[in-house]
Design a protein around this ligand. Structure first.
Ligand SMILES: [Ca+2]
Ligand SMILES: [Ca+2]
Ligand SMILES: [Ca+2]
Ligand SMILES: [Ca+2]
Length: 407
């Protein structure tokens, strides 16, 4: 551009577009474009100046190389706190690189943290490009704002637990599970949240065959902050089956947010294919019985792992103690010699059980009590005898001296 301007002129700063306005008192207003940034290596900028995300999402920000793409270039970036700070997003720094001829967009990913249990107002932070290398220039926008939507407008829903394990024949012919769902602020409006069955992996339980899902829509009135319940009945059939699972999830909706893991998994154990536990045992004889691990004396097996145990001492109860009697590793202690009959009952989740009986015998202590007494008695006896013999020897000696003197 070669234009002669008459003074005085007013020069105004760069506009966001990169244009410059110059006004000449005589010849009028000039719109001037700065072409010094039009370099062969290209211009780097964000593709958008502002983007909105919800909590829990990952912001994906595009950085573009414009105009030209000669040579390898790079630019560094960093996130900067705004009203959104350390807890609100995962701060990022890094470097983006383009090869010679590459004019594709590069992306920066920024995870936005979930803070969904409480009310949160809209907050924002920015990402800055700096230190362009390889001859590239920075162009507007070189800063991008990420706006994190607040959650003060919409309700949250949350499963009260993550999972439950049930057995087909827990009660009569049906087992019912009540899954609690809580509502989180805001409570201003009414709320409807759909509940669906999510099919995941093998060994799926089937609706109306293995279970019945009764609640597919949860409804709250305005100002209602009470917990709601999803009711599921487990059907006790006669088929031999694998352990099966069903996962429930909230439908995604625009007017509410889902807090925590959007899944509740029910595991159904099959009674028809269940086998009863087996248990065997060995008797034990020992002189010292203190915190004897009874689990070492038995062998238990079953097709389930969550078994229950009950140990019973069947006689001599006042002479012995049985601790943690409802665990496999119960401990037995006694200081009184005798035979102690014990019983273990092992029960599986279906109520099938097995029983074993055996004895723990404490023998009389030979070395420390009776043996110790004998040793002491013998020592006393020998000592006394020795003194007696020595005295007799002395008397004999004295007698001989007296006899010698009298001669
Ligand atoms: Ca079934
Ligand atoms: Ca059954
Ligand atoms: Ca069955
Ligand atoms: Ca079993």
């Amino acid at each position: 551009m070669t234009t002669s301007l008459m003074v005085p002129v007013g020069v105004y700063p760069f506009l966001p577009s990169g244009l410059i306005l110059i006004s000449d008192i005589n010849s009028g207003l000039y719109v001037v474009k700065d072409k010094t940034k039009n370099v062969a290596a290209g211009q780097i900028s964000f593709s958008q100046m502002k983007q909105n995300y919800a909590e829990g999402q990952t912001a994906i920000i595009h950085v573009q190389r414009l105009l030209d793409s000669t040579g390898e270039i790079s630019v560094e970036y960093q996130t900067l706190w705004g009203s959104a700070t350390g807890d609100d997003f995962v701060a990022q720094t890094g470097k983006l690189t383009w090869a010679d001829g590459d004019n594709s967009d590069k992306t920066i990913s920024i995870p936005i943290n979930s803070d969904t249990d409480t009310l949160e107002f809209t907050e924002q932070f920015s990402v800055e490009l700096f230190n362009p290398q390889g001859g590239a220039t920075l162009q507007n926008p070189g800063n991008a704002w990420i706006i994190i939507d607040g959650n003060n407008e919409v309700s949250g829903v949350k499963f009260g637990a993550a999972s439950a394990e049930l057995i087909e024949n827990q009660t009569s012919d049906k087992t019912q599970i009540l899954i609690p769902v809580s509502r989180l602020p805001s409570y201003v409006s009414g709320l409807n949240v759909g509940v669906s069955i999510v099919q995941t992996g093998d060994s799926q339980a089937t609706n109306n065959s293995d279970f019945v899902l009764h609640d597919t829509m949860l409804t709250w009135a305005a100002d209602d902050n009470s917990d709601k319940t999803i009711t599921v009945d487990i059907i006790n059939d006669d088929q031999q089956e694998n352990t099966e699972t069903v996962t429930l999830a909230f439908d995604v909706g625009d007017n509410y947010r889902i807090v925590g893991t959007n899944a509740f998994t029910i595991t159904i154990l099959d009674d028809d294919s269940n086998t009863a536990p087996t248990v065997t045992s060995n008797n034990y004889i020992g002189e010292t019985i203190e915190s004897l691990p009874l689990g070492d004396l038995v062998t238990v097996s079953d097709d389930q792992t969550n078994l229950t145990y009950q140990w019973t001492l069947n006689a001599n109860n006042s002479n012995a103690t049985l601790s943690t009697a409802n665990t496999l590793n119960a401990k037995f202690t006694t200081s009184v010699a005798g035979v102690y009959p014990l019983t273990l009952v092992v029960t599986d989740p279906f109520g099938e059980s097995a029983t074993t009986s055996f004895t723990v015998e404490k023998t009389e202590a030979k070395k420390q009590d009776k043996g110790g007494f004998s040793f002491n008695y013998l020592t006393l006896f020998l000592t006394t005898a020795l003194i007696f013999l020595r005295r007799r020897t002395d008397i004999k000696k004295i007698g001989k001296i007296v006899q010698t003197m009298s001669k």
